[in-house]
Design a binder for this molecule. Structure first.
Ligand code: ZN
Length: 447
């Protein structure tokens, strides 16, 4: 038998100093190779075994790097990146009523969405995210923008009681949303979903229609839930029950539901999450900045609830760096639990990968480096002084990581970031358009 007959031809071989596969949990492999074939991962094995078994068309050596699955940012409003830093230091309702909603009324249109979404994708790709969830106006443009770049996205169409630039009201949103689901339902990059804004902005009728659409199509539902103490008190006054109670009563709390925020929760809310199998999307920095409250992450994990993580929009964060978000999540979880062992580094990394994949219902394809899964992979260069010395790369990724250390990424086997440079977004051209928006928004603010 010749060497030719015993080796397998592959497209890309990545030689990594460390690999954190996420599954199995809490494992760190050293000097392993990852073999990619087309859009999928073919193998993960020691480098000397890879020398013997595989011939790759291209080999990438990452001698100071940790390689792991791409991050999944489970909640955001991508185009709001154009509002980054426009209005800060305000409580949620004043921030929305006096700043965000008027500015949205003035500026939201097709070009704003296209440019803002591309700005957000550039930032997310630079900081290790390969899949993001979006909930914003003109979702058909967001889906197209993500697809054109080759980024994976769950695109939730917005559902809200009042008219916006995207439509006249719930009836039109639901009709356009059904078209979105039909158009993208079989796409490998885009997962269309339903985004009722929040219990306090969507009335019973449209909530029921959202559920019917989810049941007919299998589309997931993402909703802002229990964001503030005001929301909970308001619901108790208006409906005689807590927001989770009303959402459960309407049939919307189930394994296809992603509940974003979940601060101000008591044991009855936790019980509803446990029995329904709904997912929690934790957005600690947005909750901190808007002083919304704290999500008891460790308590939820201990109850077996799947907790994923999101940045929320850049208007309330103000960045889309998911590694930074993990650091905040770990710190807040420890403070809230009164326990330094709460939300360990490995648990935090799982939150940003496999738990996100579970919330999307795509855990068989995404969220860990297991042969057969889609090749959504990132590398982080640990050679800089701010990441030295290395005793435990998982610790650095959560507690010490500097987002700029993300050096490489592949989505669907396609290179997106190489040596820190984006391969599929023209950043210079994007910056011209972003500066133009800044000038227009500044002029409006000055009026
Ligand atoms: Zn949000």
């Amino acid at each position: 038998m010749t060497a030719e007959t015993i080796t397998t031809a592959a497209d890309i071989r990545i030689n990594a100093r460390w690999v954190i596969p996420i599954e199995p949990a809490r494992v760190i492999l050293e000097n392993h190779a990852i073999i990619l074939q087309g859009s999928r991962m073919l193998a993960l094995l020691p480098q000397d075994e890879a020398d013997r078994d595989y011939r790759a068309r291209e080999t990438i050596d990452l001698p100071d790097h940790v390689v792991m699955p791409g991050l999944i940012n489970m909640h955001g409003h991508a185009a709001m990146s154009l509002f980054r830093g426009m209005a800060d230091d305000l409580p949620l309702m004043a921030w929305l009523n006096d700043h965000i909603w008027p500015a949205e009324h003035q500026f939201i249109g097709e070009q704003f969405i296209a440019d803002g979404t591309q700005l957000a994708m550039a930032e997310m790709l630079r900081t290790g995210t390969t899949t993001f969830s979006d909930m914003y106006f003109f979702p058909e443009l967001v889906a197209q923008a993500a697809h054109d770049v080759g980024m994976r996205a769950q695109v939730c169409f917005p559902l809200i009681d009042f008219p916006t630039a995207w439509g006249s009201g719930p009836e039109e949103y639901l009709r356009k949303g059904a078209d979105l689901i039909e158009a993208w339902k079989d796409d490998e990059y885009i997962t269309p979903a339903i985004g009722p804004h929040a219990p306090y902005t969507v009335s019973d009728g449209p909530l029921g229609d959202a559920l019917a659409l989810s049941e007919a199509t299998g589309a997931r539902i993402q909703i802002h839930l229990h964001e503030t103490a005001f929301e909970v008190a308001d619901a108790v006054e208006k409906f005689g029950q807590r927001p989770t109670g009303r959402i459960e009563e309407k049939g919307l709390l189930g394994p296809r539901t992603q509940c974003v925020h979940m601060t101000q929760i008591d044991d009855s809310d936790i019980e509803r999450l446990t029995t329904s199998g709904a997912h929690v999307i934790h957005c600690p920095e947005s909750n901190l900045k808007l002083a919304s409250g704290f999500c008891p992450v460790q308590k939820l994990i201990d109850q077996g609830i799947n907790v994923a993580i999101g940045t929320d929009g850049a208007a309330s964060n103000n960045d889309l760096d998911l590694f930074g978000e993990l650091r905040s999540a770990a710190m807040v979880a420890k403070a809230v639990a009164g326990d330094a062992a709460a939300l360990s580094a490995h648990q935090a990394l799982a939150m940003a990968t496999i738990n996100g994949a579970r919330a999307l219902g795509r855990e068989h394809d995404l969220g860990s480096l297991v042969p057969g899964k889609l090749a959504d992979i990132i590398a982080i260069d640990l050679s800089d002084p701010f990441l030295q010395p290395v005793y435990d790369p998982a610790s650095h990724l959560v507690y010490s990581n500097h987002a700029r250390a993300v050096s490489h990424s592949w989505i669907h086997g396609v290179p997106q970031l190489q040596e820190g440079k984006l391969t599929r977004i023209d950043v210079a051209d994007l910056m011209l358009r972003v500066n133009d928006w800044r000038d227009r928004i500044r002029q409006y603010q000055a009026q």
